[in-house]
Design a protein around this ligand. Structure first.
Ligand code: BES
Ligand code: ZN
Ligand code: ZN
Length: 500
């Protein structure tokens, strides 16, 4: 999506600022009104107080009501938006309310609005501005690229003005706005890649996107062709790739902010379409399998955002990208593959291809001797059954790293839930002919997927995020429209920002 919305910071006060629409937030009645809404109320001769006293606007979470000021204020219109109970307020509700306000304004066809952001309690101007901008941009995201009819009906907000009254405030608002925009742009880039169909979003396109990011931000890029990956010994990645006519790409993108910084490897599953291969999936719902590169999209977007935010780290993004299709050249159930690690794998199902391509990618990432490896993958349907589409399945071998992820999850609202990786589960993967199999039982499917991956990270602190559920959703959430969500980007960016 092209980001056309202009957002800027200006000195000014809500009650004095001329604009198409003034956006005001309010906690639930009877919380005392303070800050911008109080000043507007005074200027408006108590209009808002009387509304709320009569119960015509309660301030319930995401409640919205539009008013025409008829010259009583410099703003032509006022949109009141509820924040719910003050004691329950947090940045996730704030992102949601920002999004809901933005959606209302957009859908009403209003092109410009202003709001004043003021710190309160423990919430800083910078933090509020960041989350406002993130919520607004994420909530008003639309994927329209491929629609050609009635394009004039597409509604978009053109301009947003964040008001602050003191010099220090303006600087904080500007910083928060900048950070929020960088993060939201990353998430939206990931969403575009996930929403894009597989005839467009090919491994080649992913490698070109990586090329663009590398060029724009001075990163190193290496793209291995399947033949090169084969020569290096990546027998698992290449087995999956060779069933498709569309050339696979093994993408390695490297961002380094300076010498001697911690190295973190981000590994993303990049199956641009998963038909299941010879173990073909039922056709019902197979179209969703264009989202099987959501991990790859999240890695690309995170690297881009990290570089724009100048995060002081050394990041290595490793993306094995290929389709998984049946053909005369496709790998087959019963085949035994030699992975880059040297371990051999018996293929039980060609539909458990994600763990195969990731095994070589994880092994490859070890060359950089990273302090941590984090993989993101739409790995198992079992994880969707276990946790639904709201939560990321969290696995790992290192408590401090898991704790970092959980902290980042708290801050960003990208929910994670931990599942175990006990040794006993490895029994399910015993093979008669190879070191282990690629599939165990249906029971504990998400965990067995994680156990498989754990065999390729040696002793390096590692986290596996199974994003099969939340990668794309069928019912919208407050600041996540339906379709590709860009899940994982905010979680990772926050983790990297907080790394030290
Ligand atoms: N890409 C799928 C997992 C998936 C399923 C993602 C549903 C999103 C929604 C993965 O490659 C797959 O097919 N996994 C199999 C593994 C099984 C054969 C062990 C699955 O989950 O059924
Ligand atoms: Zn599959
Ligand atoms: Zn898959």
């Amino acid at each position: 999506m092209e980001m056309v919305m202009e957002i800027r910071v200006e000195k000014g006060a809500a009650e004095k600022f001329p604009c198409e629409l003034l956006l005001l937030f309010s906690f639930e009645f009877p919380e005392p009104r303070e800050g911008p809404i109080k000043n507007v109320d005074l200027e408006w001769k108590g209009f808002i107080s009387s509304l709320m006293n009569q119960g015509d606007f309660k301030g319930e979470l995401f409640e919205r009501k539009l008013f025409y000021t008829q010259g009583a204020l410099p703003a032509k219109r006022v949109l009141l938006t509820g924040l719910g109970k003050r004691g329950e307020f947090d940045l996730d509700k704030w992102r949601g309310a920002s999004s809901k306000a933005g959606q209302y304004i957009r859908d009403a066809g209003i092109k410009q609005f202003a709001l004043q952001i003021k710190k309160f309690d423990s919430f800083s101007e910078e933090g509020l501005a960041e989350s406002f901008v993130t919520g607004l941009l994420l909530g008003t995201y639309q994927y329209n690229e491929l629609k050609t009819l009635e394009r004039e009906k597409i509604k978009e907000i053109g301009e947003v003005i964040l008001l602050g009254d003191k010099t220090g405030e303006l600087k904080s608002l500007n910083n928060g706005m900048g950070t929020g925009r960088i993060i939201a742009e990353g998430v939206c880039m990931a969403r575009d890649l996930v929403n894009g169909p597989s005839n467009k979003i090919t491994p080649t396109l992913l490698s070109e996107r990586a090329q663009q990011i590398a060029k724009d931000h001075g990163m190193e890029l290496q793209v291995l062709e399947v033949s090169q990956a084969e020569a290096m010994g990546m027998g698992a990645f290449t087995a999956v790739a060779k069933g498709s006519q569309e050339p696979g790409k093994f993408i390695v993108l490297e961002y380094n902010k300076g010498k001697g910084l911690d190295t973190i490897a981000l590994v993303g599953k990049g199956i641009t379409f998963d038909s299941g291969g010879i173990s073909i999936k039922p056709s019902e719902g197979m179209d969703r399998m264009k989202d099987d590169m959501s991990g790859a999209a999240a890695v690309l977007a995170t690297m881009q955002a990290a570089s724009k935010l100048q995060i002081p780290l050394h990041l290595v993004g490793v993306i094995p990208a290929t389709e998984n299709l049946p053909s005369g050249k496709a790998y087959k159930p019963g085949d035994v593959l030699k992975t880059l690690s040297g371990q051999t794998v018996e293929v039980i199902s060609t539909d458990a291809e994600g763990r195969l391509i990731l095994s070589d990618a994880l092994t490859y990432s070890l060359r950089y001797q990273p302090k941590a490896i984090i993989d993101l993958a739409t790995l198992t349907g079992a994880c969707v059954i276990a946790l639904g589409d709201y939560v990321i399945g969290l696995f790992g071998n290192d408590e401090p790293l898991l704790k970092r992820i959980q902290d980042s999850s708290e801050k960003t609202g990208e929910k994670v839930w931990r599942l175990p990786l006990w040794d006993e589960y490895f029994d399910y993967l015993k093979s008669d002919v190879a070191d282990f199999k690629n599939v165990g039982t249906r029971a504990a499917g998400a965990i067995i997927g994680g156990i498989f991956l754990s065999k390729f990270v040696e002793k390096i602190p590692w986290v596996h995020l199974d994003i099969a559920g939340p990668a794309s959703i069928e019912k919208e959430r407050p600041y996540v429209p339906k379709g590709g969500t860009g899940v994982g980007v905010r979680l990772l960016v926050q983790l990297l920002r907080d790394w030290k």
